[in-house]
Design a protein around this ligand. Structure first.
Ligand SMILES: Nc1ncnc2c1ncn2[C@@H]1O[C@H](COP(=O)(O)OP(=O)(O)OP(=O)(O)O)[C@@H](O)[C@H]1O
Ligand SMILES: [Mg+2]
Length: 247
């Protein structure tokens, strides 16, 4: 089902600089996502990946740069207004309400009531086990199931773009595969995805384009077919070309 035309400009982040106190966590970072596209951000621990997604979601204020969404400058929008516009973060570590049921967690995604094709029935089509476990506390789910609930909660807002922060964190290979297997349906409906991952090989399989951050700066960008894994890993760990060739 195509809900949004493919390949249109959706998210445009320009020259973002973000400080956490004295620390410059991001330095002039730019990234764009079109409808139906998966753009990945890779980088080591502390590279600034979550800071980038959280700033795009409105949770950190940049000291420089801009965020446009659907050609509207949203740099000064509060987080809820960004969700209302269709820009939604699935945070690192899921952040479910542990004592609430699966269904109650899902329904927190519905309160903004953006119109669209996503409702509980469609989520249960995507993850059939969820319907059977809807009354259980979220804390009783496995990590993979919790990630599926966090993703579903975001889908229930009827997003135009999803910001996915390390969805594979702590998941078994099977659970990880299940989460990633829903991506084609989402991008096929025109959702744009900005995906943060540490697993470069996984990213190379799913991303249309990727960018590597090193200590808050852009270290490399390209398309998966045009980059060697060694080149990405060198940018990821900050190893210079010379060090790689002489190693
Ligand atoms: N709220 C905050 N206050 C102060 N410093 C912060 C805050 N959030 C992040 N940092 C620091 O900013 C830098 C970037 O952190 P960030 O969480 O964006 O990295 P990351 O790439 O997501 O790392 P990870 O892979 O571990 O999730 C790190 O040095 C981190 O310690
Ligand atoms: Mg992070």
């Amino acid at each position: 089902m195509t809900e949004e035309p493919q390949g249109r400009e959706l998210l445009e982040v320009r020259d973002l600089t973000v400080r956490h106190g004295q620390l410059v966590a991001l330095h002039e970072v730019s990234v764009s996502v079109r409808t139906g596209e998966v753009v990945a951000i890779v980088g080591a621990n502390g590279a600034g990946k979550s800071t980038l997604l959280r700033t795009i979601a409105g949770l950190h204020k940049p000291t420089q740069g801009s965020v446009s969404f659907g050609a509207v400058d949203i740099t000064d929008y509060p987080p809820d207004q960004r969700v209302r516009a269709g820009l939604v973060l699935v945070p690192e570590g899921r952040r479910l309400f542990a004592s609430l049921s699966v269904e109650e967690n899902l329904l927190t995604g519905c309160y903004l009531k953006r119109g669209g094709a996503w409702d509980l029935a469609r989520v249960f089509d995507l993850f059939p086990w969820m319907a059977e476990r809807r009354r259980q506390p979220a804390s009783q789910l496995s990590g993979g199931q919790q990630q599926a609930v966090a993703l579903s909660r975001a889908l229930l807002t009827n997003p135009r773009a999803l910001l996915l922060d390390e969805p594979s964190l702590g998941l078994s290979p099977v659970a990880l595969q299940r989460i990633y297997s829903v991506l084609p349906e989402l991008v096929g409906s025109g959702i744009g995805v900005l995906l943060v991952e540490q697993d470069v090989r996984r990213v190379l399989r799913v991303a249309d384009r990727l960018k590597c951050l090193l200590e808050g700066r852009e270290a490399l960008e390209g398309v998966p077919g045009g980059l060697e894994i060694e080149e990405i890993e060198a940018a990821y760990f900050g190893i210079s070309e010379r060090a790689v060739t002489s190693a």
